[in-house]
Design a protein around this ligand. Structure first.
Ligand SMILES: [Zn+2]
Ligand SMILES: [Zn+2]
Length: 818
């Protein structure tokens, strides 16, 4: 066996193996292989933000552990990697970096700027994925901004259009006035902000009386289409059906009854505007009220706002409040805390606008989503309710069109003459309707020959929500069903409502089949202050900083050990440091083993002593526990068991207790020494096998230096996963071993408390074993106790006695004399 060097340079080793593994091509999926079972991972194509952050580290570590584990279990693992390029985030960043708005330059120029930025960001993130040691098959890399990917997104749209799932309609949608686009419910974040409640008098028609209305949005007064009260509210029920005058614009509207009005909020009288909030949308539909749109797409008041036209929302609010006050109609104002919806890309408050949009009928699938969610394995199990609750909470269908530039074009034209919708044929895609005409001579309805292209693009989730089928090879490979549904879909808890949900509805609609068989959820990364990690909270730690300082195998231990799967994981430097210390401990132990096994002859006769059997049995039990934990994606249990066993049982207890037998074969016999060598060889090998999915680099280095020549597998990563050999567990030996270890540990503890070095000799020790059974076990293993603790004279008595009690077995006590 080769000697492991003294120096342990984690960073150097990690770089070396990342490069070698790639050269060896060990992560390539083998499509021609029909023997091994396939395990396919629906790797998230990350949105290129330009940074591989600690949340990504957590996410990728989880499923890379699974990928490596499954490979060792003999699966043909498919681990693709793509990049989800389109979207608002990139456009917003391009606008910021170039100090322009998208409408100021031609769309193709703007798109080029976006592509350039995305390429830069992808390069940065790819480096992060590689440095984390992720076992990605890079031959599968793809970008959703490439026309070849558009083809798939457009094809899936056409199929769903023909199946009746896609429709165009004028419905109120969430609108970001800064980004000037529709956004889906899932893209709206909710924030607590301070607002002002204005108490405004609305005069009744034909009278001197008025009703008081409390509103936080007086700027919507010009869009008021009704005033509502709760019909059960005695204060106001007599007003139902009467007319009331909207101040400022002096229009008359009706007072309508609506049981959704909360009598305890404000004054119990509310104005219904188009649209102040989602409640207004419901009320307008229910009572068939007219719609007065007063906002433009960039968040200004339009001509329907009369004298306020051209003002921004906040300018209009100020002006209207002033005018109401001047008219003597403002009774009072008060501050309130309110929850408002903001755009998740730019934090601008979201408005509700009506505009022609494309939708996918998602709500008709809700029962199916629930049924399918129940058929899928969730890690952890309780996460499935998040998906089901979200699906059940949706008020609107999914708005899939976006008024942006950087997105997959919607393959649609409209007849200029009659408005007929012309959908691209499946064989036309990829196609950009803005650059190409439909490949037909004339409109099928009116024979018109001129067409206008759809200028909107798809929501970026339209690209990524077919990943399970695309990864499998749809629509090009005939055998794509071999890899579909994906075996594992990994997702952050924050994108269950988007990614996990959209994947589900799209694949159910397209193929009437679930997209994935299991779903692995990771929580959020918290800062050391317990709040969500974010740059604005100043608790942010950059992933490269962590990887540079302690290396990948330490960072991966942090991710695996940080908490139960699915729970939020705090980032704490001491946790990564601990991971690094563990690696050093493992390295030193392995180096020790390599120095003791230089002359190891595996074929030689060996004799196992009690402590050898004890630790071998424990290694088998560990194998069982780690295997069970990895099967259930309980990474924290796997790594904690491994670290405890390696650090405390193998290094601190076993190795310390057998050093004497190793060093003095003349005293204990060559066969006994060989027994220790066999045990060291076997247990260390088992440890690195079990650790290989979590800390792949250090284990590979140890394997290649010490074991590869002997075992012959070209990499530990493809070596078979160990099966726990339960026959090797000798319960009797384990119990006895435990007792002997307890005695040794207590004597060493006493030494430490007396501030003596662990190899300090002890003149005499008298052990009171408490009973004859214990006495005989201790006597049989006297040599290990004497040798480990450097005792010159050991006396063992079977009776109970005084002195220091052994913590783990309090019946036993001892008196020592230095
Ligand atoms: Zn926005
Ligand atoms: Zn026509």
């Amino acid at each position: 066996m080769n000697l492991l060097p003294k120096e342990f340079d984690a960073i150097e080793i990690e770089k070396k193996w990342q490069k070698k593994w790639e050269e060896m091509g060990i992560y390539r999926f083998d499509r021609k292989d029909t023997k091994r079972l396939i395990f396919s991972i629906d790797t998230p194509p990350p949105y290129p933000s330009g940074e591989f952050h600690m949340g990504n580290v957590l996410n990728w570590t989880y499923f890379d552990i699974v990928a490596r584990y499954k490979r060792m279990r003999g699966y043909n693992v498919y681990f693709p990697q793509g990049w989800d390029c389109h979207g608002l985030g990139i456009e917003v960043q391009v606008e910021k970096e170039n100090n322009l708005r998208k409408r100021e330059i031609p769309p193709d120029k703007f798109r080029k700027l976006c592509e350039k930025l995305v390429e830069k960001y992808i390069a940065m993130m790819k480096e992060g994925v590689i440095r984390l040691g992720c076992s990605v098959d890079w031959t599968t890399e793809y970008r959703t901004m490439d026309p070849d990917y558009w083809r798939r997104t457009q094809l899936s749209f056409i199929i769903l259009y023909n199946k009746g799932f896609m429709y165009q309609g004028t419905h109120p949608v969430n609108w970001c006035p800064r980004c000037e686009t529709a956004i889906a419910d899932a893209e709206v974040d909710y924030e607590e902000r301070e607002g002002t409640l204005h108490y405004i008098k609305f005069p009744l028609e034909n009278g001197h009386d008025y009703l008081l209305i409390a509103t936080t949005r007086p700027e919507f007064i010009p869009a008021c289409v009704a005033v509502a009260v709760n019909p059960m509210d005695d204060r106001f029920k007599n007003y139902v059906g009467r007319k009331i005058i909207v101040p400022i614009v002096n229009r008359t509207v009706e007072i309508i009854p609506d049981e959704n009005v909360d009598p305890s909020f404000g004054t119990g009288v509310v104005m219904i505007c188009t649209y102040g909030d989602k409640e207004d949308v419901k009320t307008v539909i229910k009572h068939k009220l007219p719609v007065i749109t007063i906002l433009t797409e960039n968040g200004k008041i339009n001509e329907n706002g009369a004298k306020y036209a051209g003002l921004t929302i906040s300018e209009a609010k100020e002006a209207i409040v002033k005018d109401i006050e001047a008219a003597g109609l403002l009774q009072k104002t008060e501050k309130i805390q309110q929850e408002i919806g903001v755009c998740d890309r730019c934090e601008t408050p979201v408005e509700i606008l009506e505009r022609k949009q494309w939708f996918m009928k998602t709500r008709i699938l809700t029962d199916k989503v629930e049924k399918t969610a129940n058929e899928i394995a969730w890690y952890p199990d309780y996460m499935k309710t998040r998906l089901v609750d979200w699906a059940r909470s949706l008020d609107w269908d999914w708005v899939i069109s976006r008024q942006r530039v950087f997105g997959t074009p919607i393959p649609i034209w409209y007849c200029k003459n009659c408005g007929e919708i012309i959908v691209a044929k499946e064989e036309w895609v990829p196609i950009d309707p803005k650059l190409e005409k439909p490949r037909i001579d004339k409109c099928p309805r009116c024979a018109g020959r001129e067409f206008t292209p759809e200028r909107d693009v798809f929501d970026t989730w339209m690209d990524s929500s077919i990943s399970c089928a695309v990864h499998a090879g749809w629509p090009d490979r005939e055998d794509w069903r071999r890899l579909f549904p994906a075996d594992l879909h990994p997702s952050g808890i924050d994108i269950i409502r988007t990614w996990a949900y959209y994947l589900m509805v799209r694949h159910l609609a397209l193929f009437d089949e679930k997209p994935y068989k299991s779903c692995l959820i990771n929580g959020m990364v918290l800062g050391s202050d317990g709040r969500k990690m974010s740059k604005s909270l100043k608790n942010y730690v950059a992933a490269p900083e962590v990887l540079d300082k302690y290396g990948t195998d330490a960072a991966r231990q942090w991710a695996a050990a940080g908490g139960a799967t699915g729970s939020d994981i705090p980032f704490r430097w001491p946790d990564v440091e601990y991971g690094r210390r563990f690696l050093t401990k493992l390295w030193n132990a392995a180096r020790f083993v390599s120095t003791q096994l230089k002359d190891y002859d595996a074929g030689g006769k060996c004799e196992l002593q009690l402590l050898d059997k004890w630790v071998l049995g424990k290694a088998e039990k560990l194998t069982q526990k780690v295997t069970d934990a990895l099967e259930k994606c309980q990474f924290n249990i796997a790594i904690e068991d491994l670290r405890n066993f390696t650090w405390h049982i193998f290094c601190d207890q076993y190795i310390e207790a057998v050093k004497d037998r190793l060093y003095k074969p003349e005293l204990y016999g060559e066969e006994t020494r060989r027994g220790v060598q066999f045990t060291l060889y076997t247990v260390l090998h088992r440890i690195i096998q079990l650790l290989a999915p979590i800390t792949p680099h250090i284990t590979e280095e140890i394997y290649q230096t010490m074991y590869a020549e002997d075992i012959g597998q070209k990499t530990l990563q493809l070596a078979p996963w160990p099966k726990p050999d339960l026959r090797k567990i000798d319960e009797e030996a384990e119990k006895k071993g435990e007792l002997v270890m307890a005695v040794i540990t207590e004597i060493r503890r006493e030494k430490a408390e007396k501030r003596k070095p662990l190899n300090a000799p002890i003149k005499r020790v008298k052990i009171y074993a408490g009973n004859s059974k214990f006495a005989s076990i201790i006597s049989e293993n006297k040599e290990d106790i004497v040798g480990t603790c450097k005792i010159s004279q050991l006396e063992i008595l079977s009776e109970k006695g005084g002195g220091r009690k052994v913590q783990e077995v309090p019946e036993i006590s001892f008196i020592s004399e230095y």
